[in-house]
Design a protein around this ligand. Structure first.
Ligand code: ADP
Ligand code: NA
Length: 344
């Protein structure tokens, strides 16, 4: 039986926050735990994608290693999964170039992400007019690099959030275009499917109308994986809720209260409604105290492991090297065939 080939990536930009963990990274660990023995898993730290927006080189370099330490700390097992730095494997950029030569510009123009990321990076609303003179070619074409990330491993299953659906659609089209144009075996590149992970959106603790994000200048708005017990407590205690008595799950009218319920529910593997029913006659104070305890319980292990692993430079270098070797071994076989098919 042939297993699934699962691929997902995360950018090395800063210490992940609770939203990244509950919305993305914890799903990777669950997938790894529930995978069949014949499934292959690839988790990539995508440094080339980070360059599509301005980065401080020193910070990026530190984040690159910290993200590897984070993945190991949350339970990604390098014996089971291939964990590697995208930028250690040239196959991604090589395949991206070949794919870019069969990608219609019109398809890239229709992508909404570069518009919102450009707006985000300038702190403008994502529906405001985009100034194309600020758009670099990398930010415009990075969905092609994403397609290459997937196709280099001939991945079949891609766990990503709904915000990535449009990009995955492009990957499918590029796989189809390549197969049609160059491949004698019509399914040389599998058509990747999106693995729907629980779509939890964690909101800012200070402004619960927007999502928890690392780009917010207010550090009180997010909980980092490295936050101490007392920081977790103080941030949750100070979080913005509402002045309505009691606790109910009502994301539209009570976004702050509902966000705490979402967080607590994620920690206890329940639905927010189930948690809400337990808090019916209770106060915000109790909800906040219990949420802080649950988050502390959730993050304590990963935080301690992260603090230990981040200082083991030799170990991290060795894991990165092993991951890169395994990734390269798989993708270079694909690229060899691709080169032959295109005539190079
Ligand atoms: P940020 O918005 O903090 O810069 P990224 O855009 O780098 O985060 O997203 C990394 C991953 O984390 C993506 O899969 C994204 O869907 C997920 N993610 C980011 N913020 C949240 C959030 N507030 N709630 C749930 N998932 C999130
Ligand atoms: Na972002």
């Amino acid at each position: 039986k042939r297993g699934r080939v699962i691929f997902s990536g995360i950018q090395p930009t800063g210490i992940p926050h609770l939203g990244n963990y509950l919305g993305a990274l914890s799903n990777w660990v669950k997938l790894q735990r529930n995978a069949d023995p014949e499934d292959e898993l690839f988790f990539s730290i995508v440094g080339w994608h980070a360059l599509t927006l301005p980065q401080d080189p020193q910070e990026l370099s530190a984040s690159r290693m910290n993200m590897l330490a984070t993945l190991l700390a949350i339970g990604i097992d390098p014996k089971r999964s291939v964990v590697f730095h995208q930028d250690d494997n040239q196959c991604h950029t090589e395949l991206a170039w070949i794919l870019s030569c069969v990608t219609p510009i019109g398809k890239l123009r229709r992508m909404t992400t570069w518009k919102s990321r450009l707006a985000d990076s300038r702190n403008a609303g994502s529906d405001s007019e985009v100034d194309e003179s600020l758009l670099n070619a990398g930010l415009f074409t990075y969905p092609i690099l994403q397609a290459a990330d997937i196709m280099a491993y001939r991945a079949t299953h891609i766990p990503v959030g709904e915000d990535q659906t449009q990009h995955l659609e492009l990957s499918r089209e590029l796989a189809n275009i390549f197969n049609r144009t160059f491949a004698a075996r019509k399914r040389f590149f599998p058509i990747p499917t999106q693995v729907n992970t629980p779509s939890r959106r964690i909101l800012s603790l200070r402004d619960p109308t927007s999502k928890m994000s690392k780009s917010s200048p207010d550090v009180q708005s997010r909980i980092l994986l490295t936050d101490s017990t007392s920081k977790i407590k103080s941030k949750i205690q100070a979080s913005v809720t509402d002045s309505i008595l009691g606790v109910t799950y009502d994301p539209v009218n009570r976004p702050g209260t509902s966000n705490l319920l979402t967080i607590l529910a994620a920690c206890t593997d329940e639905s927010p409604e189930e948690v809400a029913s337990r808090y019916e006659g209770k106060s915000h104070r109790e909800l906040k105290a219990d949420t802080a305890d649950a988050v502390e319980e959730l993050l304590k292990g990963p935080r301690e492991d992260f603090e230990r692993i981040r200082n083991e430079k030799g170990y991290l270098t060795e894991i990165a090297k092993q991951g890169a070797d395994r990734a390269r071994e798989r993708s270079s076989a694909t690229l060899k065939e691709v080169r032959t098919m295109v005539g190079l």
